[in-house]
Design a protein around this ligand. Structure first.
Ligand SMILES: *[C@@H]1O[C@H](CO)[C@@H](O)[C@H](O)[C@H]1NC(C)=O
Ligand SMILES: *[C@@H]1O[C@H](CO)[C@@H](O)[C@H](O)[C@H]1NC(C)=O
Ligand SMILES: *[C@@H]1O[C@H](CO)[C@@H](O)[C@H](O)[C@H]1NC(C)=O
Ligand SMILES: *[C@@H]1O[C@H](CO)[C@@H](O)[C@H](O)[C@H]1NC(C)=O
Ligand SMILES: *[C@@H]1O[C@H](CO)[C@@H](O)[C@H](O)[C@H]1NC(C)=O
Ligand SMILES: *[C@@H]1O[C@H](CO)[C@@H](O)[C@H](O)[C@H]1NC(C)=O
Ligand SMILES: *[C@@H]1O[C@H](CO)[C@@H](O)[C@H](O)[C@H]1NC(C)=O
Length: 917
């Protein structure tokens, strides 16, 4: 069986056993031994698994001089055609990874023609692999932030020879050392990672480097690589431990060796693969020589053509604050040539020559947006996970289209043709097909499709449609006749019924609808057409009636009628707001219910709350508004009464009634047995019985629903204006309800804000509202964001102690951590490991959106609810294994936080000056 078969076939391996893989060694390590036959553990302790889940491609055994590692005794190769062949690896989203592919040719095809082909990561062209020696391993590395749960590595576009691969390695990072301001648009393609002063030619990697980065020995001199070394360059090393500081800095073994320019300078020249271009370049210094107090080591970096770079002086001991500590100045974005000559020279007042331990240089590789229909295509294939054709992986069009697709050559290619004839597909025709806006040909014939033919008006370019030999039923949609370019339509041998739309019959197209017993052509279908017309008329009348009655309901409400449709709330205006619907209690009634105001259960900004029980056994919370500020109290009273009596939602505290007697203003609410959310987060209650993460998510969801109802279920909408954890109450079943509408005002219909005196609680107050006095729903969103941060961190919104020096505010504190990828740093320690990091991330990111300084960039309540629901799903779906895997996630970049430096500031400065991260 030759390659001919393979032409049609693709493979994909989804490592469903990712969990097991990761448990054995470092979590997040995948080491595929391509073409290998069995698992093995190498000398370093890395566990290799064969890529044998792959159904396609062929394996070959090779033997190369001096190479004994088992993973390099085999490889997998693919036909030289215009297809792509993808490995699909499971990853964790929002996590940084190193991915490495290696290629050892070994003349496996006895051809002695060195192959040249491309590899891509998803739709992004990663590199062109050019083999130039049968016995040399070519290697490519990328650092990326996973945005999807899988990544595809595809081989394609062979120019010479057969594409092949020896190993594919995935290494999960722990934190944010490789965080760049561009990581959404650019991968880092690793060009050089050099360990200076190395003991021998072996690279330092796992287990010295827990992330298995390969630190090349500076003793390995390749053509035009590490040449032009200055005279007087000597190796130095130490056995003393090095304070690495952060986990992802170079490992100790790399930092324990260095080179020193005894004659005052260090020079090197090396070729940087992939350059010229913009890159990321860092140097790592640690003072490992024992200098006496009179000795100093100060030096500058000199790059030809970049005079600014030389302004900064490196003084390792000062910069690193001591010996054997790492100082890592670098450039987040620097323009570098293909041939890089660099030099460190000592300053005139320095007694010692420069010293360097390690450098790391990567090029920014622009991430491709992928094809235009990528999301639709992904959704389409996700419905057929088990079928071969749906598993090809990678982007549908880039760098080569899936076997059953054709794409145009737009910069963001669009799918023009879908050819899924005779693929044994059942079920209804996937609706995604009708979303391919540039589709010209659709071939679905010879399957077992059932159901009706979808509306293809979203695909105006359709020319050819093959639906024959399926089990499609229902009408032949008349909308097909509206497709302006339709040329051929085949629907024969289905179970279609009704009449052939006259538009189709009159059109000059090739139409075959034979073999549909119940489908008739126009001449015999006159009667049916009448039915359709009649049906339409009835439908229209029904619609009209529906419309009229909707208007009536709205008008009734405008008149202030009591009858309201369930779940909706309309108020005409504040002026005629009355307390209808709310019960009017007498003071004596309330006295007896509360046993003469015996049991105080709380006190808020507006008064004291007492527990009570009515004669009918109903438990109540009785809030006596304080006398101190009666003016304002009175206004709020009227406000609250008129509002509360109208609002009914299961996540809003029920209002039973009011009482105005003996100069007292009293509100009566349903009693909430479990108190406030605040008490459960921080109070004595919290110590005994901490709220679990899932519970917190549910409370947030419930409260959010209550607020959403205020925002969107009420006309005009209601802004709460004082959302905080003490205003979220918990009932018997720990279900959350929002309380205290004392500050609520009705938003004026049609205007996006209400000007009013700024009121609210410090820590929760929307800064934009505070400055502009413009009140919108988005001010509540801000407060809710603060509540979400409290749920995540278990810390109060404002605190003098919790957030370090110069920070009293949870928003400022959480923002710095989250933006640095350090979510661990803000998670409530009492949650232990009992949460899924993904749900935590989801919420943390949403919370940050909520507290954006500008109201218009904050999400709506319904978006927040969706996020909460997703997080709850993740949390429910998470197995214990999942959780243990997640708890590995990072705590990172604390150094940055300690200094209190905004990383984005140093990104810009770093272009001119080396900056410590
Ligand atoms: C190889 O290792 C993987 C993951 O550790 C495991 O799932 C698989 O069963 C192993 N295969 C063999 C043949 O031992
Ligand atoms: C293999 O090792 C020997 C001895 O170290 C060396 O002379 C030879 O050049 C090596 N071959 C290759 C291809 O690296
Ligand atoms: C780096 O800087 C250059 C010029 O200042 C800019 O054009 C480029 O977008 C920046 N970022 C990357 C990733 O190249
Ligand atoms: C395939 O390779 C050729 C030659 O290198 C190149 O011109 C072409 O653009 C590549 N095609 C894709 C889809 O990458
Ligand atoms: C229509 O389809 C039937 C069944 O496939 C076939 O026998 C017939 O020749 C076709 N008619 C035309 C006009 O193509
Ligand atoms: C419609 O039916 C008439 C009479 O039954 C027949 O002559 C005509 O060929 C049919 N048209 C099509 C397009 O099948
Ligand atoms: C990853 O980060 C966690 C949390 O900071 C830390 O406990 C762990 O040791 C780190 N792992 C590695 C390999 O650095």
């Amino acid at each position: 069986m030759g390659f001919h078969h393979l032409l049609l076939l693709f493979f994909s391996v989804v490592l469903h056993n990712f969990m097991q893989l990761t448990q054995a060694q470092m979590p997040g390590f995948i080491s595929l031994d391509c073409g290998g036959e069995k698992n093995h553990t190498d000398r370093l302790g890395l566990e290799w698994t064969p890529d044998d889940q792959i159904l396609y491609g062929k394996t070959s055994k090779i033997s190369t001089e001096n190479e004994t590692r088992q993973q390099y005794q085999t490889l997998r190769y693919f036909p030289a055609d215009n297809r792509k062949y993808c490995y699909s690896l499971n990853v964790k989203t929002r996590t940084r990874y190193l991915i490495r592919a290696t290629f050892l040719y070994g003349n496996f095809d006895s051809n002695n023609v060195y192959p040249k082909f491309d590899i891509s990561l998803g739709p992004t062209h990663w590199a062109t692999i050019v083999i130039s020696d049968a016995n040399t391993i070519e290697s490519q590395e990328l650092i990326f932030l996973a945005s999807d749960p899988t990544v595809s590595v595809c081989l394609s576009n062979s120019t010479t020879g057969l594409p092949f691969i020896s190993t594919l390695e995935l290494r999960q990072f722990n934190g944010s050392v490789y965080l760049t301001p561009y990581e959404d648009q650019f991968f880092l393609s690793v060009s050089a990672r050099i360990n200076f002063g190395a003991d021998n030619e072996d690279p330092v990697r796992y287990p010295d480097d827990p992330f298995d980065r390969i630190w090349q020995s500076d003793l390995v001199k390749k053509a035009n690589y590490l040449v032009d070394v200055a005279a007087g360059t000597t190796k130095v090393s130490t056995n003393l431990p090095i304070d690495i500081g952060k986990d992802e800095l170079p490992p100790q073994r790399v930092m324990q060796t260095a080179v020193v320019g005894r004659s005052g300078s260090l020079t090197y020249r090396l070729n940087l693969d992939g350059f010229p271009g913009f890159g990321w370049a860092y140097t790592y210094f640690a003072e490992i020589e024992d200098l006496n107090p009179k000795q100093t080591r100060k030096f500058r970096l000199v790059l030809p053509g970049a005079p600014d770079v030389s302004k900064a002086i490196v003084n390792i001991q000062e910069n690193a604050q001591g010996n054997c500590r790492v100082y890592e100045p670098g450039f987040y974005n620097i323009s570098l040539p293909f041939v890089l000559s660099f030099k460190f020279t000592k300053t005139t007042d320095s007694t010692e020559g420069p010293l360097v331990n390690a450098i790391e240089i990567s090029k920014y590789l622009e991430i491709s947006d992928g094809s235009f229909d990528g999301a639709v295509a992904a959704s389409l294939v996700s419905g057929y996970r088990l079928l071969d054709w749906a598993q090809e992986g990678g982007d549908p069009c880039l760098p080569a289209p899936w076997s059953w697709l054709e794409c145009n050559s737009d910069p963001q290619p669009k799918i023009t043709s879908v050819k899924l004839s005779s693929k044994n597909i059942s079920g209804s025709i996937p609706s995604e097909l009708a979303k391919l806006s540039s589709l010209e040909e659709l071939w679905l014939d010879g399957n077992a499709f059932t159901g009706s033919i979808p509306d293809f008006t979203g695909c105006p370019n359709l020319k050819i449609i093959h639906l024959e030999n399926n089990q499609l039923s229902g009408d032949l949609p008349s909308s097909l006749a509206d497709l302006p370019n339709l040329h051929k339509l085949y629907v024969q041998n289905n179970l279609l019924s009704g009449s052939v739309p006259s538009g189709l019959l009159s059109k000059n197209i090739i139409l075959n609808y034979t073999g549909n017993n119940k489908l008739h052509n126009k001449t015999s279908g006159g009667k049916l057409n009448k039915y359709i017309i009649f049906g339409l008329a009835v439908g229209a009348v029904a619609l009209l009636i529906g419309f009229i009655s909707a208007c009536l309901i709205i008008r009734q409400n405008k008149k202030g009628h009591k009858k309201e449709p369930e779940g909706s709330f309309h108020v005409s205006s504040m002026s005629n707001a009355t307390s209808e619907g709310a019960q009017c209690f007498t003071l004596s009634e309330l006295r007896s219910a509360t046993d003469n105001f015996q049991k105080k259960v709380g006190s808020g900004g507006f008064g004291t709350v007492y527990y009570g029980k009515l004669n009918d056994g109903k438990e109540i919370a009785v809030k006596i508004l304080g006398n101190t500020n009666i003016q304002q109290g009175k206004k709020e009273f009227a406000n609250e009464v008129s509002l509360l009596s109208r609002i009914h939602h299961r996540n809003l505290v029920k209002f039973y009634g009011f009482c105005q007697d003996e100069g007292k203003d009293i509100l009566v609410y349903e009693f909430m047995h479990n108190g406030t959310l605040k008490e459960h987060l921080y109070g004595p209650l919290a110590k005994e019985h901490k709220l679990k993460w899932l519970k917190r998510l549910k409370i947030a969801e419930e409260a959010a629903k209550g607020i959403e109802y205020l925002h969107t279920g009420c006309v005009p909408s209601i802004i709460h204006r004082d959302l905080k954890t003490s205003n979220i109450l918990l009932d018997n079943n720990m279900k959350a309800k929002v309380s205290d509408f004392g500050l609520s005002k009705l938003a004026v219909d049609g205007i996006s804000h209400v000007s009013s005196i700024v009121r609210g609680t410090v820590g929760y107050l929307d800064p934009e509202y505070y400055i502009s006095n413009h009140l919108t729903e988005k001010s509540d969103i801000y407060s809710f964001g603060v509540i979400l941060l409290e749920l995540i961190s278990g810390k109060e919104a404002i605190s003098n102690e919790s957030f370090g020096i110069n920070c009293r505010n949870i928003v400022q504190w959480a923002k710095l951590h989250i933006e640095n990828g350090d979510i661990q740093g803000i998670i409530d320690p009492s949650l232990g490991d009992e949460y899924d990091i993904q749900s935590m991330w989801k919420l943390a990111e949403k919370a940050l959106m909520c507290v954006q300084p500008h109201a218009n960039t904050r999400p709506s309540m319904s978006e927040i609810i969706k996020e909460l629901q997703d997080a709850i799903l993740i949390e429910r779906g998470g197995s214990s294994e999942e959780i243990s895997r997640n708890s590995f996630h990072s705590s990172l970049n604390m150094g940055l936080l300690d200094v209190g430096v905004d990383p984005y500031v140093s990104f810009h400065e770093s272009i001119a000056l080396p900056s410590a991260r």
